[in-house]
Design a protein around this ligand. Sequence first.
Ligand code: NAI
Ligand code: MG
Length: 499
Amino acid sequence: MTSLPDYNFQPATIKFLEQSPKKLFINNEWVEGNSGETFATRNPASGAVLAEVTLANAADVDAAVAAAQAAFPGWSQTIAAERGERLFKLAALIDEHADVLAELETLDNGKPIRVARRGDLPYVTKHLRYQAGWADKIEGSTVPVTFPDQLVYTRREPLGVVGAIIPWNFPLLMAIWKLGPALAAGNTLILKPAEQTPLTALYLADLVREAGFPPGVVNILTGPGLPTGAAMAAHPHIAKIAFTGSTSTGARIMEAAAKSNLKRVSLELGGKSPNVVFADADLSAAIRGAQWAVFSTAGQECVAGTRLFVERKVFNEVLEGLTANVEKMVVDHGFAEKVHVGPLISAEQLERVAGYITEGQQAGAEIVTGGQGLSAELKGGYFLKPTVFSYQDDSLRLVQEEIFGPVAAVTAFDDEDELIARSNATQYGLAAGVWTRDVGKAHRYAHAVQAGTVWINGYGMIDPAAPFGGYKMSGFGREMGKEAIDLYTQVKTVWVSTQ
Ligand code: NAI
Ligand code: MG
């Protein structure tokens, strides 16, 4: 373990980091793995190595699948309320360990500790409890068929072994979004956290065991997309992959699913979400909303409202207001007294995002604020100044591609038809926002925009009861709400002769 930032860490956080290299969690036990290889997870605020983590190879995926398959008959036939109880118990344990988990999240991902503590962790348990509540409410139906002497009913049955492959922007929350409904519905699970942020998932493993889940119900494998994620996507005995991440990796997973066993796939992918400010909006609320729509989590959010459309007559006012707010945002490491924007996740991500900025400038978009010019103290980490572009050409890469960094692109529009056409002119369709006091206009836009979620006079709210997912190349399948259960079950129809 290397140097930690100057902060009063929980003793359990330090102790956890000292146990390195981290092992794999299969059958409720810590195992060495077959590859003999480890990889480092780093603190993105400094680049320092936090821990070495075992790299799971295809043989480890086989072992985890065997464990999860063996656990499936018992777990799927466990009384549903009892499955719910285990999940409620896990939520209580996460609450008990929330301070440690928040510290690990900030160390591994870089996000401000205040956000990890007041945002991520409370959300984790809120979502887990909501899903736990579903366990004993997954019902079938009786079906009024055309045959006189037949009773027909349906059952919603689990799929089997589910593989969850998740990203690094909300490590524990993404884990729980998938673990909750998968286990509530009676599946067993193999969870692969992102290679940049494996720590909270590994910490969760001991809580899973303590919560009383039988061996093999939850298995946690660490490793990169290749070989670990790819071996899961291609595995003939994994029944479903639940994935959140980039559109290109989502496509690769679908391909592997098609070539192996036609496993089910649900994909929550990238976005390039439009956020619209009409001239009749409460402009100060809209400006603040637009600011956080882009810059929370340093822009590394799938729903980030990165294309800001402003009605021309208030364009200058909104751009000036946004710029003034953005210039007050403090960029610093996650444990700093005051911080709004933490580091990006990795050196590669910093390079990617900086590349978009340089290219955008060369292609004719104008930098209004940001771009370069960080203070020297931040040089060790992967920091970038919040950046605002002004543009008119929708074909710029800056406007078309998901950047996943603190970069906003602001443009003026004149009328609703133009707005809707331009809003929908990307391959993505994850989310959208619209700010106006005109109810009719708000709903017209909400209905016309191609997006899985639309916020009117707000941005970014997520709730365990509200379905969430993409249109177009932002993926398919809805997480949260009742819809989430559909992703982890299949319908069986039973015909009973009553003659
Ligand atoms: P990624 O989509 O490659 O990684 C996400 C997860 O997929 C990780 O667990 C990774 O190990 C796994 N993975 C990678 N290749 C795989 C494969 N061939 N088979 C199975 N699993 C695989 O995303 P990455 O490289 O971390 O970030 C690149 C870009 O992706 C970001 O700049 C951003 O644009 C987008 N992204 C979007 C996210 C979202 O929430 N929609 C989250 C993370 C990234
Ligand atoms: Mg890390």
